[in-house]
Design a protein around this ligand. Structure first.
Ligand SMILES: [Zn+2]
Ligand SMILES: [Zn+2]
Length: 172
């Protein structure tokens, strides 16, 4: 969703209350993308504070689908987003796009603003349950749903390295 800001920058004390919504269906983070599974409309308050300074205020909740770190099944992670952002009209005219990626010409890109809030909140590790058995390292079967006959006693070199670290740790 785009919100036109030009009037807000030019009229002192001007204030607008808008119903905001999220148009995008996923959050892009580097190579990864995470589906937005739940979103709702929310109020956006935009106010001119004089000196061409505009504040943008919004709160909403979104639910993001994130793969379980062990079995890759999607886990629904609710997040509360609270934004209070001051934007200076002169900065917008001078800055290149990278500095304020949620401002497009004189429009506020609500989706971009919310994406920027969500990305740092994305957990690095999500488990569908503490007891998640994960995937078989040999055949990839989801061990929460099925079992397989693979011999998983062969030590994985990565696991061996971790065990070494633990050993060294104990010796200290
Ligand atoms: Zn899992
Ligand atoms: Zn297997």
């Amino acid at each position: 969703m785009l919100i036109q800001l030009s009037k807000l920058f030019s009229v002192a004390d001007y204030e607008e209350n808008i119903t905001g919504h999220i148009d995008i269906e996923e959050i892009q983070m580097g190579q990864e993308s995470y589906q937005i599974r739940g979103k709702e409309d929310f109020p956006v308050k935009i106010k001119n504070h004089g000196k061409r300074e505009v504040s943008i205020e919004l709160s909403t909740s979104v639910t993001i689908g994130i793969p379980c770190s062990r079995c890759l099944e999607e886990v629904l992670v609710p997040m509360d987003i609270n934004v209070f952002q001051i934007v200076n009209g002169d900065d917008i005219e001078q800055s290149c796009e990278n500095e304020l990626p949620f401002i497009e010409e004189s429009n506020l890109d609500v989706d971009e603003l919310i994406s920027e809030e969500i990305i740092p909140l994305l957990p690095t590790k999500v488990l569908c349950s503490d007891e998640c058995k994960g995937l078989c390292p040999v055949c990839g079967t989801n061990l929460n749903k099925e079992s397989c006959d693979c011999d998983t006693t062969v030590p994985d070199p990565r696991m061996a390295a971790i065990q070494d670290i633990f050993k060294n740790f104990k010796e200290v």
